[in-house]
Design a protein around this ligand. Sequence first.
Ligand code: PGA
Length: 232
Amino acid sequence: MKLIIANWKMNKLEAEIKEYFSAFKPRNCNSEIVFCPPFTYLYLLSQLTPYKLGAQNCFYEDSGAFTGEISPKMLKDLGVSYVIVGHSERRNLFKESNSVIKRKVLKVLEHDMIPIICFGESVRTVTRENRLKEIRAQVRGFKSLIKRSVLAYEPVWAIGSGISPTQDDVLEVTRYILEIEKPLALVYGGSVSENNCKEFAEVTDGLLVGGASLNPLNFQRICEKIEEIRAV
Ligand code: PGA
């Protein structure tokens, strides 16, 4: 069974979400599909869909004077199963460090949810050694937590760019991670589309889909195409 995660980022309003789920009807899909809408629509999705719920971020305390933050405890209370942590947009735009990300991961685990820890090199042209070095620095601190987490390999340059790595590149990173520790699942993310989804799902446990998950029919075709891998 593959894991397919839709990361909607900061997109969609209530009416669009209702329309989305009247169109999104994947056939014969045995994958675990996780929708990560903005916080404000988690409840709506919990009422509207049978799919697993994921949050795009969280804070690392349960409650208190942290204006504007959302705690893992609150997410659990809403029925959330997965929480994305350390997405490159959080690392870069909101300056989240590995130590902050680790505190978040620990809190998510404490509340019996599954962290989806994102990692990946920032530059496309980097050498193989430097790529693995950058990845090692990102995942090293999480070693003891990896087996209870989903890892998402997302090369930063591939996110939203329409450019993606080769299957061999992804396979190499997958092998490298498995040498460190086996996560619950290792998924690939970064410009996943209908055209390349099978290639990446063949060498991983699934996908983290951004842009292509915003359109229900595109995302549906991705979910359906993944089934063809098993059929081969
Ligand atoms: P993308 O986003 O599929 O639009 O590249 C992936 C992500 O950032 O989660």
